[in-house]
Design a protein around this ligand. Sequence first.
Ligand SMILES: [Zn+2]
Length: 211
Amino acid sequence: MEYNIQNYKQELIYWAKRLYEKGMSPACSGNISIKLDKKILISASGTCLNDLTQEDIVIIDYNGNLLEGNKKPSSEKIMHSEIYTKRDDINAIIHCHCPLITSFAVAGIPMKKPILPDFALYYDEIPLIPYHCPSSIELAEVVGKTFEKNSAALLKNHGIVMGADSLKNAFYQLELLRAYTETYFGAEVLGRAKSISKKNVEEIKRLYRKN
Ligand SMILES: [Zn+2]
């Protein structure tokens, strides 16, 4: 079967719904995109990700100009294009206001404590970007800069942005970070979230690199 633009839109709809169902994109927050031949398929502005339809996905160029569709692209379109411009290996981006993950961004704490092996395997740290107005050029530029060396960033008092080679992987990475947050909070309530030792972090990285 030939993979046409409708199939890509269907993929965006599928992962957008999963994001909403998991409580990671409340109300009309969050936006989602994929890169396709130097074009970007992105959710329209003000759309609840659970209600996304094919008409709510528009195509823009890297300057944010509308190429196809009747709706206004997400107001964070420049943030998405900055990331795609900087990173050839990133094909999909999810930006959301997942309340649990955003708690770290509101408390002003970067996610870096290696409390779980799967977090330690993928991340040394999810950096925290200082507050800039949502949808602003300033925010887009600092996110683009951060993505030169990272594939995820916490936006202070705002949310998180995640990039990956596919939407599926961007979603699973976000789900991993949400589980990290839940576990972290639970452990703090019970006593204290304790870290894995540096030696154990190195061990897990070595083991998985081999496989
Ligand atoms: Zn936002």
